[in-house]
Design a protein around this ligand. Structure first.
Ligand SMILES: Nc1nc2c(ncn2[C@@H]2O[C@H](COP(=O)(O)OP(=O)(O)OP(=O)(O)O)[C@@H](O)[C@H]2O)c(=O)[nH]1
Ligand SMILES: [Mg+2]
Length: 293
């Protein structure tokens, strides 16, 4: 007997979807920041056991798209509805509901099991918690509700065990030693983007895309060269900073994380390039792994 299935995590931006997936997988596959729209792709995290394979999908937070990149992000969310065996709808303490009615109706009318995870309960009290569980059970009556803290690991194991119970009988979909569907360069790009989300304000992180042009693995070192793409000249100056200090910080912090991730010494070369309006350019988006309909 073997169980396997797709467990797709969806919800509003910033509720903790990526934190939960990383907790299940035990690796930092998805970047995490306190800013909305941190995740831009659908990222698989595969948890393998002797008798099961749980294929988790982390997805971008649901928003009303304003430009092509965001439309592509919402296509990733749509695809996560289409192939799920178990749907995880994550909400956070204090939030109301999805601003997108079509997605919300898909959840409430879902034919497959829905687990509604009320996250960040470490920031809540008992009274508020009970009130919210009650409200959600009325709004999404078809869901099983778990109150969790993905960050502190509270009730995470219980959710994991319940998902295993819900997985259909099936042979594995991926080789049993595979952890994700994304190539190494993707994690380099994401690590650099995380540092940019952390250190730059306002529109800058949303105008940035990373392209790792070189990834050369040697015995004891990996040599990488990545381009930080921005939409305008002024943004290029901001990324670089005074005498290059801002860019240098990004490079130092990204390299530290990448050394942990790959378990090897890293040489990381960064440079900045203007790629006008890439967020609205279909061909550019395809090149960066979006718009793959
Ligand atoms: N207090 C608290 N914070 C949490 C918890 N889970 C996640 N966070 C924080 O919430 C913020 C967003 O977490 P993410 O995992 O990036 O959220 P996300 O839903 O993937 O966000 P997007 O990718 O932008 O849609 C981060 O600052 C996390 O540290 C939790 O259980 N408790
Ligand atoms: Mg995320």
């Amino acid at each position: 007997m073997h169980k396997a299935g797709f467990v797709n995590i969806i919800g509003n931006p910033n509720v903790g979807k990526s934190t939960l997936m990383n907790a299940f997988v035990g690796e930092k596959l998805s970047i995490i920041t306190s800013k909305a729209q941190t995740t831009r792709h659908r990222i698989l995290g595969i948890v393998n056991g002797e008798n099961f394979q749980m294929v988790l999908s982390d997805t971008p937070g649901i928003i009303k798209p304003a430009y092509e990149l965001q439309e592509s992000m919402m296509d990733f969310v749509k695809s996560a509805f289409d192939d799920a065996d178990v749907l995880i709808y994550m909400v956070e303490i204090g939030e109301k509901e999805l601003k997108d009615d079509a997605f919300f109706n898909k959840i409430t009318n879902s034919k497959i099991p829905v687990l509604l995870l009320l996250n960040k309960i470490d920031t809540s009290n008992q009274e508020q918690l009970e009130e919210q569980v009650q409200a959600w059970s009325e709004k999404v009556p078809n869901a099983e509700i778990f109150a969790i803290s993905a960050l502190e690991g509270f009730q995470v194991q219980e959710v994991f065990t319940r998902i295993i119970e819900l997985l259909p009988d099936s042979p594995p979909f991926y080789p049993k030693d595979q952890l994700t569907d994304k190539p190494e360069r993707f994690f380099v790009n994401e690590t650099i983007r995380e540092k940019i989300l952390l250190h730059y304000k306002k529109e800058i992180p949303y105008a940035v895309e990373i392209d790792t042009e070189e990834f050369l693995e040697e015995d004891d070192i990996i040599r990488m060269r990545s381009v930080i793409m921005v939409e305008r000249d002024t943004q290029k100056g901001i990324i670089i900073g005074h005498k290059g200090s801002a860019l240098k910080r990004v490079g130092i912090e990204a390299r530290k994380d990448l050394e942990k991730f790959f378990g090897k010494q890293i040489h990381l070369e960064l440079y900045v390039k203007v790629n006008k309006n890439w967020r609205s350019n279909t061909n550019q988006l395809k090149r960066f792994g979006y718009n793959q309909k």
